[in-house]
Design a protein around this ligand. Sequence first.
Ligand code: AHR
Length: 520
Amino acid sequence: MKNLFTTTIASLMFATTLLGAGKKNEEKATAVINADQGEYTINRQIYGQFSEHLGRCVYEGIWVGENSPIPNTNGYRNDVVEALKRIKIPNLRWPGGCFADEYHWMDGIGPRDKRPKMINTNWGGVTEDNSFGTHEFLNFCELIGAEPYICGNLGSGSVEEMSKWIEYMTFEGESPMANLRKKNGREKPWKVKFFGVGNESWGCGGNMTPEGYSENYRRYATFCRNYGNNKLFKIAGGANSSDYNWTEVLMKNIPHWMMQGISLHNYTFTTSWGDKGNATGFSMDDYFKVIENGRKMDDLISRHSMILDMYDPRKNIAFVVDEWGMWYNVEPGTNPGFLYQQNTLRDALLAGEILNIFHAHCDRVRMANIAQMVNVLQAIILTDKEKMILTPTYYVFDMYKVHQDATMLPMTVESPDYSRMNRKIKAISSTASVDKNGAIHVTLINFDPGNDIEVACEVRGSDVKEVTDGQIITGKEVGAYNTFESPYQVHLENFKGAKYKNGKLTVKLPAKSLVTVELK
Ligand code: AHR
């Protein structure tokens, strides 16, 4: 009798464990899309990238030089170029970051073996040999089909230096700088639209007050000329995270005709700047904190936007989030100044969360740059000498490219909660858009790591007929990541879990996943 009892309890416990581990609960959510009420365009420029002279981002990540054994085209590594072309990167920010305010562009032109070297004081104190300069960057942008976004040196450079850089890059006719460019092998000017006047001038860019920066901006920007058809889109260096006073002082003190954009830098940390957490091997509490902290971007944009709306109600000035992403402790054993970190499914979920927030604010947020493109912070690509892998975040940019320049559609979701540590967040984040050919793309994210959610979504005001495509990003666990040995743990796959009938889209959204479906 005793034995039978013990056996029964043991098998019950075994069955419960199996259920807990293997079979998930399925929750329900409802949603509505108003497909005939789209008003604002999701500017493709919010899918921008950032490449600083930092660690192995530019050197090794992009540039290996013509004589490298790594397969390359004119010095740019082929595997990286091919991967970048696939996701249609709209713009690329360079040369920094903090590096920009110590960069003297004239050191990076002319024969490479004659270029002076400098110390990269911000990032590891390594020697920068200037072999990747203006020509190498702008030709790279042409190769991958991205618009260059140059950040000028306001912190330690002169007005004359900044002014001459623009003349060098964009003036077509006869002039000292245009002639120098031609002598260096480039006859025609490049097209350079996006130009940042300094970086983080409240910190590494000069430790200025907002009043002091505004005065400097007015002076420097005056001499950033438009030559011929090249019209600059000048971006004022904006606030650090929740420094609303910085935004307000700039909006008051800089004439609006002098700036087309104002920026924001905001990174996400597991807990705080002082407790960044690890990129891999994290606890489920840390997973929750990251997703919860990601929501702060919404609050920040709303509050900065209120200030912008007060001074610029017609929304002429774009809000440019030109540095965003996850910032963790560096990978053990790597140079602390190189900011190299791994990238898991958690980061893909975070990237989707933030891109959805940008979509929701696309009337004002018209440009953004994730930090940084290769081998630094929340990189979309990692390299190890001749090897290259795509991170989970890369696949988010691949999945989301259908939203570029599409019209954002109003969408609401009644979502179950995902709770932990007596705190809760909405388990689902969503966005929808309609492209120029009338195809609707709906992206749903399920942050809940344990429960699938069935979403019943009414699509109002449209005559779509069916689900024509579907893609998913998920993994065995939220901590799953790609390595050089095992590069496809997390990637983009076909998704078949959606149906459309009589105006109703039903999506079986797996736990810890991002899904995009296409309706036509
Ligand atoms: O992206 C790394 C650094 O973070 C940038 O150089 C700087 O602008 C920011 O503080």
